[in-house]
Design a binder for this molecule. Structure first.
Ligand code: ADP
Ligand code: MG
Length: 324
């Protein structure tokens, strides 16, 4: 059974960054508005995510680690699929099969927190902790050398973690996020409640000049809305990791979307191969299949032509407005 778990884990736990993604998504699903990620040695030694969400009761802790025992199964129905980030109920179980995992959680009503160490069945213990949840994942793949050997150096794994963290941090401006590596603070983002604060958060992630050199996008058509910011050609930091796109507030990676943006930049690009942007597409959830590959953030649009044209026109218009 452990072997089966480890094989299944390959899908969810590719590298430390995928663990960070699953844990932060769980925290968001739990309604947290403060999330802290602590990393040691690129996540190989330790990944710890702490939130102030609704927490779990002591009897919910073993369930959280059971495969396919999601508490979000109700949300599988219909439109709410998109509302809940996790619904497969296997992330924590998979992590527990490839690393040392402990869960500490406390609901608002509980008098103290409770802690469960995976692999030590039936040992929920009282613990110290404020309301919310902390998931601690240590020694990833330590006992699976075949998997461990595919991990890169800690510095490289941390770059992936930071990119994943940035992507999540730009998905929810109402949530405060912190990331540290080896005891050193790497990113600290306060809640951004006004549009100006939101743009500043985008600049904290995309580079300080983004605040001055990016223009807002806000267009609606055919039941779709596109918001966010795109860098004008004055912004010189053209790197591929500075492009963030979201569909219904969920990070995505999509060729059609990227192509539409690139096309809008076509005549402006000059020396900028990768324009920086953070763009948020909202549309009827029925118009998009987000489950094509949950771990890889791929989506499939029902009317991809329509989406492409809308994104292209919206970005082009924002860039033109900036020119004049
Ligand atoms: P899924 O998110 O797909 O349900 P997971 O394995 O990621 O599956 O989590 C299993 C369950 O553990 C969740 O359904 C939820 O009930 C609980 N859980 C996990 N993380 C948290 C958290 N940070 N706060 C509260 N509950 C959590
Ligand atoms: Mg989950």
């Amino acid at each position: 059974d452990r072997l089966i778990s480890q094989i299944a884990a390959g899908e969810v736990v590719e590298r430390p960054a995928s663990i960070v993604k699953e844990l932060v998504e769980n925290s968001l699903d739990a309604g947290a508005d403060r999330i802290e990620v602590v990393i040691e040695e690129g996540g190989l030694r330790r990944i710890c995510v702490t939130d102030n969400g609704h927490g779990m009761t002591p009897d919910q802790l073993p369930l959280a680690l059971a495969r396919h025992a999601t508490s979000k199964i109700d949300s599988l129905a219909g439109l709410e699929r998109v509302a809940s980030l996790g619904f497969r109920g296997e992330a924590l179980a998979s992590m527990a099969s490839v690393a040392e995992l402990s869960l500490t959680s406390r609901t608002a009503e509980a008098e103290h927190a409770s802690c469960l160490v995976a692999q030590r069945e039936a040992s929920v213990r009282p613990a110290v902790g404020t309301p919310g949840t902390s998931v601690d994942v240590r020694e990833l793949f330590a006992r699976i050398p075949a998997r461990r050997k595919f991990l890169r150096a800690p510095a490289t794994e941390f770059k992936h973690i930071r990119q994943t963290f940035h992507q999540l941090a730009l998905s929810r401006f109402d949530v405060a996020f912190r990331l540290s590596h080896g005891g050193v603070e790497s990113v600290a983002l306060a809640q951004a409640l006004s549009p100006a604060q939101a743009k500043r958060r985008a600049a904290d992630v995309l580079g300080a000049e983004f605040d001055a050199h990016a223009v807002p996008v806000d267009e609606r058509a055919a039941g779709m809305r596109l918001t966010g910011w795109v860098a004008t050609p004055g912004f010189s930091r053209g790197q591929a990791d500075r492009q963030f796109s979201y569909v219904n507030h969920r990070p995505i990676r999509d060729k059609i979307f990227n192509h539409a943006v690139r096309l809008a930049y076509r005549d402006l690009l000059h020396n900028q191969r990768h324009p920086a942007y953070a763009l948020y597409l909202e549309l009827d959830p029925r118009q998009v299949d987000v489950n094509a590959h949950p771990a890889k953030a791929e989506v499939r649009f029902r009317e991809s032509r329509l989406v492409h044209d809308f994104v292209f026109r919206s970005v082009a218009r924002a860039l033109e407005a900036a020119e004049s």
